[in-house]
Design a protein around this ligand. Structure first.
Ligand SMILES: [Zn+2]
Length: 79
């Protein structure tokens, strides 16, 4: 996810620059811990992939990003 000068970001869909709260798509990896009475999901890490100025811009790229991420995952499974 590209951050420009200061707190400025550029929308991956419309290229508009913005500073306020954004919408994003992130990759996150978790682990389930079964050792306690109740299973707990531990977030081990996360990486922002793309950010958007609006929900509409995020929705318009969602399928493309997910397709790219799944293709990358399948590629790694084949190795
Ligand atoms: Zn946008």
């Amino acid at each position: 996810m590209d951050q420009l000068d200061g707190d400025e970001y550029e929308c991956f869909t419309c290229k508009q620059r913005f500073r306020s709260a954004s919408f994003s798509i992130s990759r996150e990896w978790n682990r389930v811990n079964y050792a306690g009475d109740e299973p707990e999901v531990e977030i081990q890490g996360s990486e922002g992939l793309e950010c958007y100025c609006s929900q509409a811009c995020a929705t318009s790229r969602r399928d493309l990003v997910m397709e790219r991420e799944v293709a990358g995952l399948l590629y790694r499974l084949d190795e």
